[in-house]
Design a protein around this ligand. Structure first.
Ligand code: HXC
Length: 257
């Protein structure tokens, strides 16, 4: 399928989505969010794809929601559009999403990065929530996901001031997993994605589900949830294959079943 604001491709079992609206630093208009969601959902259903890689280009991952597009919106427009439902669907993707962030990841761009399960960043990456400078605030999970990730006081500081977070700070606070020179970011992110794609897909799927549950619930409930997922994996062919391979001292061949 041909998209207007993104490119999609695949490499091995990795489905790649590249934001592609460089003339406005990949500002996210509504069509673009629909396209990102649509590409993610098709990769999620694609048997050949095991991991999704989401990247920007040039000077930006994404410099936020499209300010031109929303400048004249009213509260009722938002209510009737219910535009964040598409963001909820992005958060419901079952396969792991790895972000490759270079340049600006601001506002909605930062929120999109926070929807990724892991983030690799270029050394020039800059995160931030400049919404306060516009008289608004994050609306696609920024205040919630950032706070759960880094804790209250840092989240307050960054959200109150709108100041930019360098890649080094982002690494320090666990917002990103690793930092690379921009020239090798894509290659390194693909390598990590390929490694994850070589693991048992059902394990990865239920680990993702369980970790996300931990962010959202009590320890007890989460333990219960984890346990059921653990049990569930013992009805998979890949569990038999993984454990037989270990005992036979060979490499497992996982099928995702
Ligand atoms: C629309 C944008 C944009 C955005 C950049 N552009 N960000 N257009 N929406 N969010 C456009 C600029 O208008 C400009 O277009 C072109 O991209 C290049 O940007 P410049 O400003 O010329 O580049 P530079 O001087 O290097 O500054 C880069 C920047 C700045 C610091 C990232 O562009 C900036 O502050 N952008 C806005 C960042 C922001 O406030 N994001 C949060 C948005 S609110 P022209 O046509 O002039 O060349 C938000 C709410 C989320 O995200 C709600 C949930 C989705």
């Amino acid at each position: 399928r041909i998209y207007e604001y993104i490119h999609t491709s695949s490499e091995g079992h990795v489905g790649i989505i590249s934001l592609n609206r460089p003339e406005v630093l990949n500002a996210l208009n509504r069509t673009m969010i629909v396209e990102i969601l649509s590409a993610m959902e098709s990769f999620d259903q694609d048997e050949n794809i095991r991991v999704i890689l989401l990247s920007g280009n040039g000077r930006a991952f994404a410099a936020g929601a499209d300010i031109q597009e929303m400048a004249n919106d009213s509260a009722i427009d938002f209510e009737l559009l219910d535009q964040f439902k598409n963001w909820d669907r992005i958060a419901a993707i079952k396969k792991p999403i790895i972000g490759a962030v270079q340049g600006f990841a601001l506002g909605g761009g930062f929120e999109l990065a926070l929807c990724c399960d892991m983030v690799y960043a270029a050394d020039d990456a800059e995160f931030g929530f400049p919404e306060v400078d516009l008289g608004v605030m994050p609306g696609a999970g920024g205040t919630q996901r950032l706070t759960k990730l880094v804790g209250k006081t840092k989240a307050m500081e960054w959200l109150f001031t709108g100041k930019r977070i360098t890649s080094g700070e982002a690494l320090h606070y666990g917002i990103v997993n690793r930092i690379f020179a921009k020239e090798i970011l894509m290659e390194e992110t693909l390598k990590a994605a390929a490694k994850i794609a070589s693991q048992a897909p059902l394990s990865i799927r239920l680990i993702k589900e369980s970790v996300l549950k931990a962010v959202d619930t009590t320890l007890n409930e989460g333990m219960h949830f984890e346990r059921k997922n653990f049990y569930l994996l013992f009805s998979s062919e890949d569990q038999k294959e993984g454990m037989s391979a270990f005992r036979e001292k060979r490499k497992p061949e996982f099928k995702g079943k």
